[in-house]
Structure formats: structure tokens, C-alpha cells
Design a protein around this ligand. Structure first.
Ligand SMILES: C[S@@+](CC[C@H](N)C(=O)[O-])C[C@H]1O[C@@H](n2cnc3c(N)ncnc32)[C@H](O)[C@@H]1O
Length: 239
């Protein structure tokens, strides 16, 4: 999996940080956590939520299988956050621990092989659960454009539907909210950008030229750099 690759993990963290992720999403998630104190972060990644939430006083159980994502997360700890984050290098399916006040799973459901079982486990593991999944509908970003133009477009609402169906089957009440973010990616090296997207989308190197051309067509050139403003539309499911 790409998150188990050191270079990909470093690049993931660098890019998202440069775009200002998670931005106002953090306040939204904090708001939804209400009065929770202990929080499980499923697929905590490089700590985009775990670190600032710990800084704000939450006690985090960070569940993350990738050693390289965790290396980055550890590098962000300081004397305030370190005592408030417990790190578990494992997949969610194998995590075992005490029930917490709340659980967050933010863009981490996609790589979990059995998302239904994962959701059932989330329900048992915390009193309040906050899941964030992408909805390609209304989104406009380079990943989506490249997918479309290479004939790899995704079903836009697949994860939202999957979570909703699972919760309905289990008889669990939930609420949803759409969250939209605009994030601008800036890059100087068109070849590097094309290489990243080939890796990110699992495309063979023979697609490199095509990917490079599509990026060049869609990005705005300003002097020696390129910019692309992406729109990301996600759905929060709270249950
Ligand atoms: C797109 S990242 C999101 C990370 C973080 N929540 C964020 O918003 O930046 C997905 C994360 O899920 C992790 N992951 C993959 N398989 C997993 C599993 N079975 N259980 C828990 N996390 C998993 C990946 O290693 C990766 O760090």
C-alpha cells in the first residue's frame, strides 16, 4: 500500500501541509467532539488531527499501521502533545483497547479491507463516532481530473452510501454534513508533479507524458511556478 512507502508518506505530509490541510476542518471536527476527552484516531496518518487535538487537551489513541506515517507524527510531538498521544502501530481491525468517549476516522476508511466490519467495531469502541469520507460530487481537484481523463473515474458517492447503508442496517441513527474546502497546490517541477500523480493513481510510467500534459493544461502558470486550486467536498457522518 502506498502509505507503507516512505517516500509517499513524506510527500503526502509535505503536500497536504503546504496546502493548509486540515484548515477549518479541524475546528469542525473539534466542535463535533463536544465534551469528549478520550479520542481514538483511526488511521491517524502523520498526525494532521491527532497533534492539534492533543494540543487542545484531548487524549488521543492514534491507531496507524504505517511506520513511516508514524515516524512523521512522532517528529511533530512536543512536551505538551507527547504525553497526550498513545501510538498504536497496527491496523484498525487488530486494535484492542478501552472504549473511548469518541472516535474519529478521517479519510481513513478507504484502505480498510472490510469497511462494514470496521464501522461495527467503531460503534463498539466509542460513544460518539465521526467519520469523514470524500464525495467526488462537487469536488474539483487534480486527482479527479486525472482520473476522468485517463478513464479511471470513480463512483462519486460510494463511501457515503456504504457508511449510510451499514448504519441503517445496524439500526444506528446518524447525521451528515457536507464540508467543502478549497486548497491551492503550488509546484515548480512539472515532471515531479506528474511522477507523484502516476504513483498516487497507480499508473504505469507509460502514462507519464499524458499525465504531465493534463496537469500543465489545468494548472495556472505564474512565472516559474504552477498553481492549482482544488475544491474538496467531503461528507461528515456523525453517529
Ligand atoms: C488518507 S490517510 C488519512 C490520514 C489522516 N487521518 C489525515 O486526515 O491526514 C489514510 C491513513 O489510513 C491508514 N490505514 C491504512 N490501512 C489502515 C487500516 N487497516 N487501519 C487503520 N488505518 C489504516 C494509512 O496508513 C493512512 O495513514
Amino acid at each position: 500500500m502506498k502509505f507503507y512507502d516512505r517516500k509517499f508518506a513524506v510527500e503526502y505530509d509535505r503536500r497536504l501541509a503546504a496546502e493548509g490541510y486540515p484548515g477549518r476542518l479541524l475546528e469542525r471536527v473539534e466542535h463535533e467532539l463536544g465534551g469528549a476527552r478520550s479520542v481514538i484516531d483511526v488511521g491517524a496518518g502523520s498526525g494532521f488531527f491527532a497533534i492539534p487535538l492533543a494540543a487542545r487537551g484531548f487524549l488521543i489513541e492514534a491507531v496507524e499501521p504505517s511506520k513511516y506515517m508514524l515516524d512523521i507524527l512522532r517528529g511533530k510531538l512536543d512536551e505538551t502533545t507527547a504525553p497526550r498521544i498513545r501510538i498504536h502501530q497496527t491496523v484498525w481491525e487488530e486494535w484492542s483497547g478501552e472504549k473511548c468517549d469518541a472516535l474519529i476516522c478521517l479519510h481513513s476508511l478507504y484502505p480498510i479491507p472490510d469497511p462494514r466490519a470496521a464501522i461495527e467495531k467503531m460503534i463498539k469502541s466509542a460513544a460518539r463516532r465521526i467519520l469523514l469520507v470524500r464525495s467526488d460530487e462537487g469536488s474539483r481537484n487534480l486527482t479527479g481530473i486525472l482520473r476522468e481523463e485517463t478513464g479511471r473515474a470513480r463512483d462519486p458517492g460510494i463511501f457515503v452510501r456504504l457508511v449510510e447503508e451499514t448504519l441503517r442496517e445496524l439500526g444506528v441513527r446518524y447525521s451528515t454534513a457536507i464540508v467543502e474546502q478549497r486548497r491551492t497546490g503550488v509546484f515548480h517541477d512539472l515532471d515531479g508533479e506528474a511522477r507523484y500523480y502516476c504513483g498516487h493513481l497507480g499508473l504505469k510510467h507509460d502514462q507519464f507524458e499524458k499525465i504531465r500534459t493534463i496537469i500543465e493544461e489545468h494548472a495556472v502558470r505564474r512565472g516559474d511556478r504552477y498553481e492549482f486550486e482544488g475544491i474538496y467536498r467531503d461528507v461528515l457522518l456523525i453517529f
